[in-house]
Ligand binder design. Structure first.
Ligand SMILES: C[S@@+](CC[C@H](N)C(=O)[O-])C[C@H]1O[C@@H](n2cnc3c(N)ncnc32)[C@H](O)[C@@H]1O
Length: 213
C-alpha cells in the first residue's frame, strides 16, 4: 500500500528552488546513499547520488512550459528533483515515488510542496495514478532498471505512457552500455533517443528518452 507524505506547507512567493527548506550537504547525501546501498544494493542501484551534470541532462528533456504533473521514479536524495525545480518545474507539479522511507522523509523536507509517495514505482498505476489531476507531462526515472527482467521494464514504460500526454517523454538514465529497453522491443511502439555520455558523473552515464510516435 503506497503511503503519501504530502507536506502541508503553504505556497510561498519565493521561486521554488530558492525556497528549498533544507540545505543539501553533499557529504551527508553520499553517506545516506552508501548506507542505503549497503542495506539494499539492488534497490538502491548505485553507491552515490547522481552528479549535477547528469541530473541537469535528465531534466533538460522536460519542457517546463508543458502543463501537467511530472512524475519522478526513484528520486533518492533528490538531485534530479532539484534539477527539475531549477529548470522551472513548480514543486506542486512533482509526484515523487520512492521506495526508501528515509529518502521519502528527506524529500518531503527538501521539497515541501511536492507530493512524496512511499511505494513501488513499478506499480505506477496504483502509486501515481490516483494522484494525477491531469495526464502527466513527463516521467523521469532513476530506477535501477537492469535489476528487473525486460518484461517488467517494458511494463513500466507502457504503464507510465498510459498516464501521460501523447508526446510526453519517459526519461531514464543508465550506466550500462546498452539501452534499458532494447531496440527490437521499441520498434513501432516507441521512438528512442539518447544523450551523449555524461562523463562528469561517477560512473559515467547516459540518458535515454522514450516517446510514443
Ligand atoms: C540509482 S538511485 C537514484 C537516486 C537519485 N534519483 C539519484 O539520481 O541520485 C535509485 C533510487 O530508486 C529507488 N528505488 C529502487 N527501486 C524502487 C521502486 N521499485 N520504487 C520506488 N523507488 C525505487 C531507490 O531507493 C533509489 O533511491
Amino acid at each position: 500500500m503506497p503511503s503519501l507524505r504530502r507536506s502541508s506547507a503553504k505556497s510561498s512567493p519565493d521561486p521554488s528552488f530558492a525556497a528549498l527548506r533544507e540545505k543539501r550537504d553533499p557529504l551527508e547525501d553520499e553517506a545516506r546513499f552508501l548506507r542505503s546501498w549497503f542495506e539494499r544494493p539492488l534497490v538502491t542501484g548505485s553507491v552515490t547520488p547522481s552528479g549535477k551534470m547528469l541530473a541537469r541532462t535528465m531534466a533538460s528533456y522536460v519542457d517546463p512550459r508543458l502543463d501537467g504533473p511530472v512524475i519522478e521514479l526513484g528520486p533518492g536524495t533528490g538531485p534530479v528533483t532539484d534539477a527539475l525545480v531549477r529548470r522551472g518545474v513548480a514543486q506542486e507539479r512533482l509526484i515523487l515515488i520512492e521506495y526508501n522511507p528515509n529518502f521519502c522523509e528527506l524529500l518531503a523536507r527538501r521539497f515541501p510542496r511536492a507530493t512524496v509517495v512511499q511505494g513501488d514505482a513499478y506499480a505506477i498505476h496504483e502509486t501515481a495514478g490516483p494522484l494525477l489531476s491531469a495526464k502527466g507531462a513527463a516521467t523521469i526515472s532513476s530506477l535501477p532498471l537492469f535489476t528487473k527482467p525486460l518484461e517488467q521494464r517494458l511494463g513500466l514504460l507502457n504503464a507510465a505512457h498510459d498516464l501521460m500526454q501523447p508526446s510526453a517523454p519517459f526519461i531514464q538514465f543508465t550506466y550500462a552500455l546498452v539501452p534499458p529497453i532494447p531496440e527490437r522491443c521499441n520498434a513501432g511502439s516507441y521512438m528512442a533517443s539518447r544523450s551523449n555520455k555524461v562523463w562528469l558523473n561517477l560512473p559515467p552515464a547516459r540518458v535515454w528518452v522514450y516517446r510514443r510516435p
